[in-house]
Design a binder for this molecule. Structure first.
Ligand code: NAD
Length: 505
């Protein structure tokens, strides 16, 4: 349990874990199919370490089969009026609401989130679906008489077959950043979910079928590098949305661009929370703790560096108290797997050796219940006295670890933020409007928070960072998403002889 927030699970036993380890099938042309001869990889629950499913590593041939069916489906879908396409998206939204608990349990079971965090992720995805259903009213094209008797019209056209490659940390929300918009504007969409969390995408596929989308408009292909490479280089896939680590985002961006494709690849992050002495103690402490412990720090919007400007010790003490009181399991979820847990522990150990003070140590924390003993657990950890030179201050740890770096001036704090190669989010905690404005104007990040620890822009505002946090142009949601998944066609018309013709039209 934790104070000031509802993002906990009332009791660990309320999370329904699958009792049988089923193999996740691909969704190909509206049919669920297990790819023949594919290597199967275990899916384990971060809660228990138990195998809860299996995922096939699809081959390039499996990907080609999915693309072929999607291509056939895209031909009919692109000419369906947007009102017809939107009707199915309305139905899908209702099905998401009806199945919210089932989806939330699936997300929690495979990703290790608390049940409430899992629910919140599905609800955020639903906001994108709601935005997608409004495109029919927002984006109606345009027409203008550009010279006497000459009319110019623009209309939005889909790209054809498009694909989304997604990370482990939001099994429902990140796919839903992409496919509701891509499909509503008239594309056929292929999802390649993370092989660590393949099960929720099967549920999403079932709901898309139930919503009445034609076979092949939404497809799922499971797998790893081979499937990704095959999708990104397939000549019939026009655009790729990617969300994951920066190294793979850059790789996918470069590979897709080398094939002449449109690619938007969102990467990792190192988000700075700047705290000045006039900040409100309670608001700031709760926001900082929620930011670095929410989703056990496994989100690209987690505030992982607190930049303490001057004397903010009373706020740090409050952060220490609140972070230390979080119960692992119910108040904070689990780490995705043993490799990630090892990486997080090692980052803490190295920082300690380099001279950081561990003022909250979560390394031995785990739920008391023995059935969760094999889960991958760590408690909130706060490192004070972190210096700019330490690895932990610049590397994405992707765990519930807060590094506190102390500086003397606001300018130093902003310079520290701007030095890091990422550019996802930065926040300022202050009661002074001028200070807030300075940071909003000078911080080099795509999303800025003022007294907000996780400054995710809600729909219809678009989501996306800059620098190493994003490769490609535009953002993934909102109007930017509409732009990304479509092209504008311009039509110039004239029906009679023009007596004052200009050299153009
Ligand atoms: P990841 O990069 O390991 O995996 C993402 C996807 O890439 C998966 O579908 C995976 O199968 C595929 N992939 C992995 N290795 C590959 C390779 N060598 N070649 C081709 N494809 C490959 O990321 P992850 O660990 O699943 O997710 C965590 C990362 O995602 C963090 O860095 C986090 O910051 C980032 N993330 C960013 C955002 C954002 O909006 N910027 C949102 C969520 C997560």
């Amino acid at each position: 349990m934790r104070e000031g927030t509802k993002l906990y699970t009332p009791s660990l036993s309320t999370i329904k874990l699958p009792t049988e380890a089923r193999t996740c099938p691909n969704l190909v042309g509206g049919q669920w199919r297990e790819p023949q001869g594919a290597r199967l990889v275990d899916v384990t629950s971060p809660y228990t370490g138990n195998v809860i499913g299996r995922v096939p590593m699809s081959s390039a041939a499996d990907v080609a089969a999915v693309v072929s069916e999607a291509k056939r489906a895209a031909e009919g879908w692109r000419v369906a009026p947007i009102k017809e396409r939107s009707q199915k998206m309305f139905r899908f939204r209702q099905l998401l609401e009806d199945n919210l608990e089932k989806l939330a349990h699936s997300v929690a079971a495979e990703s290790g989130k608390t049940l409430a965090e899992a629910r919140a992720g599905v609800l955020k995805g639903m906001e994108v679906v709601e935005f997608a259903t409004s495109i029919q009213n927002l984006d109606t094209g345009g027409s203008l008489e550009v010279s006497r008797g000459v009319y110019c019209e623009y209309r939005r056209e889909p790209l054809g077959v498009v694909a989304g490659i997604t990370p482990f940390n939001f099994p429902a929300m990140v796919p839903m950043w992409m496919f509701p918009i891509a499909i509503t504007v008239g594309n056929a969409f292929i999802l390649k979910p993370s092989e660590k969390v393949p099960m929720t995408s099967v549920l999403l596929g079932e709901l898309m079928i139930e919503a009445g989308f034609p076979a092949g408009i939404f497809s799922v292909v499971h797998g790893g590098k081979e499937a990704v490479d095959a999708l990104v280089t397939h000549p019939d896939v026009a655009a790729i949305g990617f969300v994951g680590s920066s190294a793979i985002a850059k790789y996918v961006y470069q590979l897709g661009a080398s094939k002449g494709k449109r690619v938007l690849a969102l990467g990792g992050a190192k988000n700075h929370l700047i705290v000045v002495p006039d900040a409100d103690k309670d608001l700031t402490a709760q926001a900082v703790v929620d930011s670095f412990t929410g989703c056990a720090g496994q989100r690209c919007m987690a505030g992982s560096v607190m930049v303490a400007v001057g004397d903010v010790d009373p706020i740090i003490e409050e952060i220490r108290r609140r972070a230390a009181s979080i119960e692992v399991g119910t108040g904070m979820g689990a780490i995705i797997d043993g490799a990630a847990l090892g990486r997080i522990r090692s980052a803490i150990g190295v920082a300690e050796k380099e001279g950081a003070r561990v003022i909250v140590d979560g390394r031995t924390k785990a739920p008391a219940e023995s059935s969760y003993a094999k889960g991958t657990w760590i408690g909130p950890t706060v490192l004070d006295g972190v210096s700019d030179a330490m690895d932990v201050s610049g590397t994405e740890v992707f765990g519930p670890v807060l590094s506190i770096v102390r500086v003397k001036t606001l300018a130093e704090a902003v310079a520290l933020e701007n030095k890091n190669p990422y550019g996802n989010a930065a926040s300022i905690f202050t009661t002074n409007g001028g200070v807030a404005q300075y940071v909003a104007e000078h911080a080099r990040s795509g999303m800025i928070g003022v007294n907000v620890g996780v400054p995710v822009p809600r729909e219809p505002f678009s989501f996306g960072g800059i620098q190493e946090s994003k490769f490609g142009h535009g953002d993934i949601t909102g109007e930017s998403g509409v732009e990304f998944w479509s092209s504008l066609k311009k039509i110039t018309r004239k029906w009679s002889v023009q007596h004052d013709a200009t050299w153009m039209s």
